[in-house]
Design a protein around this ligand. Structure first.
Ligand code: NAD
Ligand code: G6P
Ligand code: MN
Length: 443
């Protein structure tokens, strides 16, 4: 085992990077680093975060080298971990993804429905090109990838880098929901170990075990949700939209008599109701650009002006996005075999689902990689809806890797938020036009 590690944050200009850097600083005793690099392809955007990082590291982590760069070689040489969070096309293209879908009466969302499909076809080439570069300069680095739409990206990286078990695609949604359940139950953070099955942004919690006693809190949480919940989002560090997603779970548990849904299932199980509530002229991308993105970059500007950091070195108030990926890196670095909910290839984990499907399930993690727990067979409804979603995701990846219009069309028709061939063709026309230069050519 090494005593110090080197981390590269890919997507250095991400609005999540400042908090992630603070997280790395806050855990420097448990996870000591000798080098942190930021890599991005947008010089101006990354420099704003990079200058903030320089100040932060000068003040709180002078023993660790910090740099930001546009050079893959400088960024990726001899790294132990790449933390990836890129957004191919940026929030401007996310806005198009969402608005084009809504124009055709479909869910307009970052990772689900036709918007997620459009984003997938931009994200796959971008993510794979970067991983190829990482492999050129660091053959054994762990690539911990948040870049969305994670389900489709995971299916693609599995195929483009077969057997490369050091690429791990992750999502902070399950851990975020578990933390919310802990709040509902009045339990300290980290008390629960959840079992879960499904695809990314398309799965169900099946047990919420107390880590100490083994008590299953899931029935209790279902009862709380059935009655309905009301929270001030700010009191738990969320914005109103994310709060609304959690509130909507009440509808799902009233309609389905088992498990707890990933909140993203609302888009697939209630597409008509959700579309009616969406504003085609002002989508989540607009909320993020006018809200969190503005706040983060205003903070960076303020720090630059005053030279005063917004941070005292402690972990307090840092969000789960940064701690989750850092906890994962620690589990790998120190071979802890802790449990996480991850995307991994289905080899008998859920025997009545397709072999090789990238399922999301409870797994252990150590220095030799991911070791999923077997889940067992799932009931007909879940099998049916998951196989349908997987077929959509697989065809989306086929369309991208083969440049196939036919597969793109089939993928969209299978998507529960589309369903109709004429609508799928209209969507494809608009998305192909909007994504010139990002998508592979579809023929
Ligand atoms: P953002 O646009 O603020 O930041 C992304 C950064 O990536 C930008 O600085 C951009 O310049 C850079 N970038 C884009 N394409 C690149 C390329 N080809 N090479 C190098 N850099 C590139 O986006 P964000 O809102 O911070 O989100 C970042 C990513 O993390 C998104 O994909 C988002 O969906 C994902 N995310 C995933 C989860 C999850 O649960 N899996 C959670 C949060 C965020
Ligand atoms: C959750 C999901 C992510 C998503 C994120 C931010 O954490 O798991 O996949 O990217 O929410 O969504 P937002 O709409 O705030 O950008
Ligand atoms: Mn996610």
């Amino acid at each position: 085992m090494k005593d110090k590690f080197s981390v590269c944050i890919v997507g250095g200009g991400s609005r999540y990077t400042p908090d992630l850097l603070k997280e790395l600083v806050a855990v420097k005793k448990e996870f000591p680093l000798y080098r942190v690099s930021l890599y991005d392809n947008d010089e101006e955007r990354q420099a704003k975060v990079g200058e903030y990082g320089k100040l932060l590291f000068e003040q709180f982590y002078p023993e660790c080298e910090f740099l930001y760069t546009l050079s893959p070689e400088e960024a990726f040489k001899d790294i132990d971990f790449a933390f990836m969070q890129i957004r191919a096309g940026g929030l401007k293209m996310r806005e198009k993804d969402e608005k084009i879908a809504l124009k055709h009466g479909c869910i307009g969302q970052e990772t689900c429905g036709p918007g997620g499909f459009a984003y997938g076809l931009r994200s796959i080439p971008a993510v794979c090109d970067i991983i190829k570069d990482i492999r050129k300069y660091s053959k054994e680095a762990w690539v911990l990838n948040y870049s969305n739409p994670a389900a489709i990206v995971a299916e693609a990286t599995k195929r483009v880098f077969p057997g490369d078990y050091r690429i791990i695609n992750i999502c902070d949604q399950p851990i975020g929901q578990v933390m919310f359940y802990e709040i509902l139950l009045g339990l300290p953070a980290g008390s629960i170990e959840a079992t879960y099955f499904g695809l990314n942004h398309f799965g169900w919690f099946t047990h919420l075990y107390d880590k100490k006693t083994g008590k299953d809190y899931l029935p209790e949480v279902r009862e709380i949700l059935k009655k309905g919940i009301d929270f001030d989002p700010e009191s738990i560090g969320l914005d109103q939209s994310h709060m609304n997603d959690l509130i909507f779970m009440s509808n799902i548990v009233r309609d389905y008599d088992e498990y707890l849904p990933n909140t993203y299932l609302q888009y697939y199980l209630y597409p008509n109701r959700i579309v009616k509530g969406m504003n085609p002229d002002y989508t989540r991308a607009n909320e993020v650009m006018d809200g969190n993105e503005k706040e983060v970059f205003a903070m960076l500007e303020e720090v630059k002006k005053t030279g005063k950091l917004d941070f005292d070195g402690s972990k307090e108030l840092l969000d789960v996005h940064g701690s989750y990926i850092t906890d994962l890196a620690k589990a790998i670095a120190y071979n802890t075999h802790e449990t996480f909910i991850f995307m991994t290839e289905n080899h008998g984990i859920i025997p009545n689902l397709t072999e090789g499907m990238m399922v999301e399930v409870l797994s252990r993690v150590g220095s030799s990689g991911i070791e999923p727990f077997n889940y067992g067979e799932i009931p007909t409804f879940y099998k049916g809806i998951l196989e349908n979603q997987f077929a959509y995701e697989k065809l989306a990846v086929d369309a991208c890797l083969e440049g196939s219009y036919q597969k793109a069309l089939m993928a969209l028709v299978l998507n529960r938020c589309v369903n109709d061939t004429d609508k799928a063709k209209e969507l494809l026309d608009d998305y192909m036009e909007a994504n010139k230069g990002y998508w592979p050519e579809l023929r």
